[in-house]
Design a protein around this ligand. Sequence first.
Ligand code: IDP
Ligand code: MG
Length: 139
Amino acid sequence: MSLERTFAIIKPDAVSRGIQGEILARIQKAGFTIVAIKSMRLTKEEAGGFYAVHKARPFFGELTDFMSSGKIIAMVLEADAAILKWRDTMGATDPKKAAPGTIRHDLGTSIGNNVTHGSDAPETAAFEIGYFFAGLELI
Ligand code: IDP
Ligand code: MG
């Protein structure tokens, strides 16, 4: 095992419901270090650039509307095998299919409104971290 970084978002549904603290507590309990964190609101275009891999999917418009509908919290998390560890902590994309005890199972309300994002591979983590944070914010 070696230290790795992943990119995480607390999505607009969670921020508008005021459950950021609950999600941050779970991140701490799981043993991640928060390397960088900021609160911001994306434009629809910025959300589209972030989710460019999903451009051809039928839910792309809905997804970019949702991700630009309110404030998010963007974070870089560090831990041993952080990418897989954060995916496990979040649970499956669809809260109905996520395991009990995971963030998405416990707090998500639908496949779209699933409260958190996490990178799925080292290449996507590198792209996503660079999309949101400058080098000086990551020291
Ligand atoms: P992930 O977030 O678990 O990596 P992806 O397949 O990469 O899941 O999809 C990105 C995001 O798009 C999901 O987190 C979810 O918010 C949204 N999404 C995925 N599938 C659907 C769908 O069928 N309908 C609406 N939104 C979806
Ligand atoms: Mg994904």
